[in-house]
Design a protein around this ligand. Structure first.
Ligand SMILES: Cc1cc2nc3c(=O)[nH]c(=O)nc-3n(C[C@H](O)[C@H](O)[C@H](O)COP(=O)(O)O)c2cc1C
Length: 322
C-alpha cells in the first residue's frame, strides 16, 4: 500500500491522530511497537500562519517516528495552503487535512467535521493544499454530519478528484461522536467507489478487530486510536495477527508498568517534568486500567507530581500483582 510515494506494509496499522494524547512521546512509543505510520495532533492552520508557538510545538516530528504526517485543520483554502507550506519546515512525509473532528471549538468554526456539510468548500481546500506542497496530501473524514446526511462516498470521490493520495474514514457520523459501533458496510461502499487507498478507522483494538476491518471493508490499511491508549503494544498484537495469525496476550503487569514509566519519562523529557507529569496523568490512568486493585490508585494518579511518585506507585502495583 502506498501513500503517494511512501510504501507501507498493509498488514500493519497506523496510530491515529489524537489531540492532547498522541504527542511525540506516545507516537515514538507506538512506533517502537510496530505502528507503521503516525499522524501529528491536529494543528490550527490559522495558528500556524500566525506563527503561534503552541501550534509549532505540536508539529515537532522526530526521526524516530517516520513516516509521519502533519495534520492541519481550518476552513479557509488559502490559509490552509499557507499552513501546509509552513508544515514543510518540520519535514513531514505527508500533509493530512482534518475533516472529521467533532469538537464544537473546531466544527463550530466551520473546520473539522463541519466541512462535511460544505463539500464544495472541502474540495476547494483539498485542491488548494494539494497545489501548495509537493508531498502527498491526504484527508480524514467521517461518514457524514448525521444519519440524514451521509456523504462519505461523495467526499471520498471529491478527495480523489482533488489529488489526495489517500482517504482515512472513521466509520461514524459527526453526530455519533465516538459512541456507537463503526459502520463497516459504509466503509466498504466507499472502498468500492474510489481508486486511491482507503484507510479504515474505528473500534480497532486487537488483531481480530483489525482483520475484521480489512476483510469486511476491503480497505487498504488501518488506523488505531483509542485502542492504543495505555496499550501501545496493540500494534505488535495487530501485526502478529495480520502477518502470522498469532494472538499475542496482553503483557504482564510488570511489563505494562515498565512501559508506562518509559512513556511518561519521555513525555517529561520533551515537555519538562512539571508540565509533562500533569499531561501524563491521563496516560497513567489508562495504563493501570483493568489491573487488579487499580481503582485504589485512581486518586493517586490524578495527583501525580513527579516521576519519583510514579515509579513508587508502579512498583507497588507490581508487588501487589506478583
Ligand atoms: C482524545 C482524542 C483526540 C483526537 N484527536 C484527533 C485529531 O487531532 N485529529 C483527528 O483527525 N482525529 C482525532 N481523533 C479521532 C481519532 O483519530 C479516531 O478517528 C477516532 O478516535 C476513532 O478511532 P478509534 O475507534 O480507533 O479510537 C481523536 C480522538 C480522540 C479519542
Amino acid at each position: 500500500m502506498k501513500i503517494g510515494n511512501i510504501e507501507i506494509d498493509s498488514r500493519t496499522a497506523a496510530l491515529a491522530p489524537m489531540a492532547g494524547v498522541a504527542d511525540r512521546a506516545f507516537r515514538e512509543i507506538c512506533v517502537s511497537y510496530g505502528s507503521s505510520y503516525v499522524v501529528s495532533e491536529m494543528v490550527s492552520s490559522k495558528g500556524l500562519t500566525m506563527c503561534d508557538r503552541k501550534s509549532k510545538k505540536l508539529l515537532a516530528l522526530s526521526e524516530k517516528e517516520r513516516p509521519a504526517a502533519a495534520q492541519i485543520f481550518g476552513n479557509d483554502p488559502e490559509i490552509m495552503a499557507q499552513s501546509a507550506r509552513a508544515c514543510l519546515d518540520y519535514n513531514p512525509e505527508v500533509i493530512d487535512i482534518n475533516m472529521g473532528c467533532p469538537a464544537p471549538k473546531i466544527a463550530g468554526n466551520g473546520g473539522g467535521s463541519a466541512l462535511l456539510k460544505t463539500p464544495d468548500l472541502a474540495e476547494e481546500i483539498m485542491k488548494s493544499v494539494k497545489s501548495a506542497v509537493d508531498i502527498p496530501v491526504t484527508v480524514k473524514i467521517r461518514l457524514g454530519w448525521d444519519k440524514d446526511s451521509i456523504n462519505c462516498i461523495d467526499m471520498a470521490q471529491r478527495a480523489e478528484k482533488a489529488g489526495m493520495s489517500a482517504v482515512t474514514l472513521h466509520g461514524r457520523t459527526r453526530q455519533q461522536m465516538y459512541a456507537p459501533p463503526v459502520d463497516l458496510s459504509m466503509i466498504a461502499e466507499v472502498k468500492k467507489n474510489i481508486s486511491i487507498p482507503l484507510i479504515g478507522n474505528g473500534d480497532i483494538t486487537d488483531g481480530i478487530s483489525a482483520a475484521r476491518m480489512l476483510e469486511e471493508t476491503g480497505c487498504d490499511y488501518l488506523m488505531v486510536g483509542r485502542g492504543a491508549l495505555g496499550r501501545p503494544w496493540v500494534f505488535s498484537q495487530i501485526n502478529a495477527y495480520l502477518q502470522n495469525g498469532i494472538i499475542l496476550p496482553e503483557p504482564p503487569v510488570s511489563e505494562r508498568m515498565l512501559v508506562m514509566i518509559k512513556h511518561i519519562k519521555l513525555i517529561c523529557e520533551y515537555k519538562g517534568e512539571r508540565v509533562g507529569i500533569r499531561e501524563a496523568r491521563k496516560h497513567a490512568a489508562w495504563y493501570i486500567k483493568g489491573i487488579k486493585g487499580a481503582a485504589a490508585y485512581r486518586q493517586q494518579v490524578g495527583a501525580l507530581e513527579s516521576i519519583e511518585q510514579l515509579e513508587e506507585m508502579a512498583f507497588r502495583i507490581v508487588r501487589e500483582n506478583a
